[in-house]
Design a protein around this ligand. Structure first.
Ligand code: WTA
Length: 645
């Protein structure tokens, strides 16, 4: 099934890519001359203090020798693109439109006001000792101050690392230590769905034993009292109250790090993905304007959290670089009822709305009346991100939410890609439910066999990207070798995404999901290794293996196979307790099966393929199990298969 772009999306397009022919021309031009293409884009879109003359330096083959560079001789501060240059033409335009936890609890910050707040915060952070190149952890809820804190760090040339407010004290401590943060910026309490989240108390717990952190800057969101250490803690309103509303931006090299964002991989601890300044801001600005076909009067709403890459690229940096009105949403889609998103769309006149498949599925299950009772006539573009969207959910989004008048952009990308890499371009690309369609200009995808051979034409394989692009991650914080091994160790000379993909006869991409041990639960990316480490820390557990299985709402559910210590009984609640403490509240095991042993090869490697099949309910399709050290455990595991959450 193919959907043409609806007329009102096609007409009056702002992007020059207005149809498929223009898309093909642009993609070919960028492929033939990547440097010419991206230098053109960056000079047009970004406020450089010193314009770059260099494009890409380095390539994927030489990545082991050191990070790539884009625009190496350019100098800038990304906040000048996001704030200063808008003051004249758009000073009174709303930059951040904040909707708090309660419906109608609204704050609006114009570009002029946001600029002043960011300057004050930069002055306050500088007074607390934060310097260029040093790291600041941001552990906050969805308040404008989270975006202000990010931009204030960038203003100083300091490196921010936002940690999602659902992470536990242990997980926060690991991140503080890994990046050697000087400062933590937090708030008293998070407010979400009528509940309070103890952000400051969690910071206190995380910082016990983290000597690198000298100061904690605390935004006051509520009237509640929180524990206080006067030698370390500083109130946001006091520090900013004393600060000047102007601040000369620190001008940095294009490749100066902008932020570190921790993300889960298939092995080991989360890694700090590093994004740099010039390339990242160029790529997020370009993709935000192009994919959504941003227009000057759009009201743009991305309901992700700033703790994830989507919040960085498409709530803060991309939209602000483009002078857009960007909505920040503090609450959850079902508070106070399942109509909350559409109530907001109506009240704020939202034109572009960007969410995740898990939310779409959850809301579709609540019934259409929650949607249809609100006026959605302003909507033009509907976006989705985070996991493959099943065609049923896509069609519901298109028919019910968009009333067949809006186009859907199914945007495929990753923390590591920095911005959208495969997606329809709103006015140009006919859509197919479940397909992320075509690569962005400058993105050269390839499908590969396990051995790395390129698959031509229609087919299915491992999704790789063959040429560097400005928005891509440069390295893993403090561990370039791990970066090289993770992304370039599979296919020499190509970036391996970790995803599988099918390409059809039109060249459209259909992402089949991760082929590694990364789980995607309700759009939260988590490693099976992280779950396993938490589970085996429980005394009664000898061994554990965690796999994903298809889940109707969450996309993937978490299935744990647990081998008890001889004779011990395992309490599933204790396993979830360990995951909550070591990872966070969003890390929940759905199904636990106690097993006598794990299926292992004679060399002791767990055969996860077998465990995945059983968890998916396909225990009768195991294939050859003769290489197992003890094939009889498979029967025992298959017989005890758990089908209820
Ligand atoms: C998955 C989120 C299918 C994919 C921006 C990827 C998707 C991982 C899509 C990255 C999509 C993201 N269709 N799968 N439109 N978007 N994914 O780093 O498996 O949190 O590798 O970045 O999400 O998750 P991350």
């Amino acid at each position: 099934m193919r959907y043409d772009v609806p007329d009102r999306v096609r007409e009056n397009a702002a992007t020059p890519i207005r149809d498929l022919d223009r898309y093909r021309e642009t993609h070919a031009a960028a492929a033939n001359d990547p440097n010419g293409f991206w230098l053109g884009v960056t000079k047009e879109r970004i406020a450089w203090r010193e314009e770059p003359t260099l494009g890409l330096e380095g390539d994927f083959h030489g990545i082991a020798e050191g990070p790539l560079s884009w625009f190496g001789d350019g100098r800038l501060n990304v906040t000048e693109s996001c704030l200063d240059r808008h003051l004249e033409a758009r000073g009174d335009k709303v930059a951040i439109l904040w909707e708090g936890d309660e419906p109608g609890e609204v704050r609006k910050l114009t570009y002029r006001e946001l600029h002043a707040e960011v300057c004050k915060a930069a002055n306050a952070l500088a007074a607390l000792g934060l310097k260029k190149g040093e790291r600041a952890i941001i552990y906050m809820g969805m308040v404008p101050e989270a975006a202000i804190a990010m931009l204030a760090c960038a203003r100083l040339g300091a490196v921010h690392s936002v940690v999602f407010g659902g992470f536990s004290a242990d997980a926060l401590r690991d991140r503080v230590r890994d990046c050697g943060a000087e400062i933590v910026i937090t708030q008293d309490l998070g407010v979400r769905g009528g509940k309070h989240i103890p952000l400051k108390a969690t910071v206190d717990e995380a910082l016990a034993g983290s000597p690198s952190v000298k100061k904690v800057l605390v935004y006051k969101r509520t009237e509640e009292e929180v524990p206080w250490d006067a030698s370390r803690d500083v109130w946001w309103h006091e520090a900013l109250g004393a600060a000047e509303p102007t601040h000369e931006a620190e001008i940095v090299e294009a490749e100066h790090p902008l932020f570190v964002l921790y993300t889960s991989g298939s092995t080991g601890r989360p890694k700090g993905v590093v994004h740099t300044s010039g390339g990242y801001i160029t790529y997020t600005s370009y993709t935000h304007a192009t994919v959504f076909d941003l227009r000057e009067d759009d009201v743009y709403a991305c309901v992700a959290d700033v703790g994830w890459i989507t919040g960085h690229s498409y709530i803060v940096y991309g939209p602000l670089a483009n002078g857009a009105t960007t909505l920040m949403f503090e609450s959850i889609p079902t508070y106070p009822d399942a109509g909350r998103y559409w109530d907001m769309v109506q009240r704020h006149g939202v034109t572009i709305f960007y969410t995740a498949p898990t939310a779409i599925r959850a809301l579709a299950a609540k019934g259409d009346e929650h949607v249809t009772k609100h006026d959605r006539s302003t909507l033009r573009v509907l976006g989705t991100v985070g996991e493959p969207i099943n065609p049923e959910a896509w069609v519901w989004y298109f028919d019910v939410v968009g009333e067949k008048r809006c186009t859907i952009v199914d945007t495929w990308w990753q923390t590591e890609t920095g911005g959208i890499a495969i997606s329809p371009i709103a006015p140009a690309t006919p859509t197919k439910p479940g397909s992320a369609t075509l690569p962005m200009p400058g993105i050269l995808t390839s499908l590969r066999t396990k051995e790395g051979a390129v698959i031509r034409g229609p087919g299915q394989g491992l999704l790789c990207i063959d040429h560097p692009w400005p928005g891509q991650a440069r390295t893993v914080w403090g561990d370039h070798e791990r970066f090289v091994a993770t992304y370039f160790g599979h296919v020499p000379g190509a970036y391996f995404t970790g995803d599988g993909c099918r390409r059809d006869e039109d060249g459209y991409h259909w992402i089949t999901g991760r082929v590694d041990d990364v789980l995607n639960v309700s759009g939260h990316r988590m490693g099976t290794a992280e779950f396993e480490a938490a589970i085996v820390s429980v005394e009664e557990v000898a061994e554990a293996a965690v796999v994903g299985y298809p889940h109707e709402v969450k996309g993937q559910g978490v299935y744990a196979y647990v081998v008890p210590q001889g004779g011990a009984t395992v309490d599933p609640a204790s396993l979830n307790g360990a995951c909550r403490t070591q990872i966070g509240a969003h890390a929940k095991i759905d199904r636990v099966q106690v097993v006598p042993g794990l299926p292992k090869t004679r060399s002791g490697k767990v055969m996860r393929r077998i465990l995945r099949k059983i968890a998916e309910g396909r225990g009768d399709e195991l294939g050859d199990t003769s290489t197992l050290a003890d094939p009889s455990v498979v029967d025992a595991i298959r017989d005890g298969f758990v089908t209820k959450d």
